[in-house]
Design a protein around this ligand. Structure first.
Ligand code: QV4
Ligand code: CA
Length: 404
């Protein structure tokens, strides 16, 4: 029987990716697949298996970031500069370690002159053309869907509990459904028979585009990016916002229905100005306000919540832009990612921030678990930035973001 669930963790893409040396090993090289071998800076398949097994055995579930919209960038060259040494040729669209060849990409289907997404107002371009030069897979083909499903089923066999579907907005909802339908139930060593993988799709919908989060509800949850952008604006008190306005937080703010939403204050992109990053996004760099935002998120019943856990990098702004937004994780001289060490005071070493271990955040996760299923109740505010509310008769929380 499955033991008590202790925690859930999303991990970086575990499949083989391109090795980029200019700049030197950016974090984002992991979003440029070369094959579906489990072999990255984080370790090899044996190590991944060991992690998943050990985690499952103590009730910690693992969710994998599945990068299946594309392979590496069109300018990736040819050779064996990949994390497992697999040969590839981006120019000829040859990825023999999968294998994929020219027929498996959307070059013929994309209608823009450059082959790139040029206009987010055109849903055909967004789905069939290249995102930032990334070679776009022809997911309408059963062969491609089968390769993707085989990769994901391999992970299910190992014991993962579900997937973040990267760049879901750049795939047709029906194509995603087609490969999800090929997935097995979760491994019965840890999950009860018939359990389906938990699916959440990365769809950046801030409004104003033809593609919306609701297009993807049939496949699982969707990321609600308005959530962190708005909450950051409120907690920073920008644009005349104040916490009193959070009384109808959730659908009342134009968000997707609570049971469809995956919510977060920041993610690995927007904490450093990538994908839907904006100045309002709160991160560990603004620790005091960040704790208030994460605390509010965890206390409030809306959405399925995700807490960020980061590494520190040498952030350096030039003309308002962080020129080090590419810097990869703390790493050893051989390029492997450094371990997360734990200090005597329970914080993390080796430049890992471990927001999930911060006392206020950790305690609010306990709060969320205690009040799970309890109604939002007894709202109070002072018309400004002091607010309070209950969760049934199990919990009550008070925030003061006024300067008095
Ligand atoms: C460069 C040029 C392009 C050119 C291309 C030609 O900029 O104009 O067409 O070369 O080859 C990196 C570089 C980017 C480079 C590209 C290809 O930053 O400059 O293009 O590689 O070599 C991450 C990073 C991206 C990075 C990508 C691949 O954020 O910067 O691109 O990894 O390494 C949209 C999407 C959303 C996406 C978000 C960032 O709707 O889906 O942008 N978010 C997810 C992930 C994100 C990841 C990807 C998608 C791609 O969360 O981390 O992008 O898998 O909003
Ligand atoms: Ca696509």
């Amino acid at each position: 029987m499955p033991e008590k669930l202790q925690a859930r963790k999303e991990v970086s893409p575990p499949n083989e990716n391109i090795v980029i040396t200019d700049p030197n090993r950016p974090w984002w090289e992991r979003y440029q697949p070369i094959s579906y071998k489990l072999c990255t800076r984080s370790g090899n398949e044996d190590e991944f298996r060991e992690m998943v097994t050990r985690c499952n055995n103590v009730g910690v579930r693992i969710y994998v970031d599945a990068v299946v919209n594309h392979m590496c960038g069109s300018g990736g060259g040819s050779g064996t500069h990949s994390t497992c040494g697999s040969y590839f040729n981006a120019g000829t669209r040859d990825f023999p370690a999968v294998p994929y060849s020219g027929w498996d990409f959307n070059d013929g289907k994309c209608q823009t002159g450059s082959g790139e997404i040029e206009n987010y107002g055109d849903m055909y371009q967004v789905r069939d053309c290249r995102l930032s030069g990334l070679l776009d897979l022809a997911l309408e083909k059963d062969y491609v869907r089968s390769e993707v499903a085989e990769y994901m089923n391999h992970l299910i066999d190992i014991g993962v509990a579900g997937f973040r579907i990267d760049a879901a907005k750049h795939m047709w909802p029906g194509d995603i459904k087609a490969f999800l339908d090929k997935l097995k139930d979760l491994n019965t060593q840890w999950f009860s028979a018939g359990t389906r993988p938990f699916i959440y799709q990365e769809v950046i919908d801030l409004g104003g585009e033809p593609i919306t989060g609701s297009d993807y509800f049939g496949n699982g949850r969707v990321t609600e990016f308005k959530y962190g952008a708005k909450l950051g604006t409120v907690i920073r008190k920008w644009n005349g916002e104040k916490m009193a306005y959070l009384k109808n937080w959730g659908e009342g703010w134009g968000f997707v229905p609570s049971d469809r939403a995956l919510v977060f204050v920041d993610n690995h992109d927007n904490q450093r100005g990538h994908g839907a990053g904006g100045a309002s996004i709160l991160t560990f760099w603004d620790a005091r306000l960040y704790k208030m935002a994460v605390g509010f998120m965890l206390a409030h019943p809306y959405g399925f919540t995700r807490v960020m856990s980061s590494f520190r990098w040498p952030r350096y702004f030039v003309d308002g832009q962080d020129v080090n937004d590419w810097v990869g994780p703390p790493s050893n001289s051989d390029g492997s990612t450094k371990s997360v060490t734990i200090n005597a005071d329970t914080t993390c070493g080796n430049d890992w921030v471990c927001e999930h271990r911060w006392r206020q955040i950790r305690n609010m996760v306990v709060f969320r678990n205690v009040v799970d299923g309890q109604a939002f109740s007894n709202w109070w505010d002072n018309g400004s930035n002091q607010v309070a509310f209950g969760r049934g008769n199990k919990g009550f929380i008070v925030f003061n973001n006024d300067d008095w």
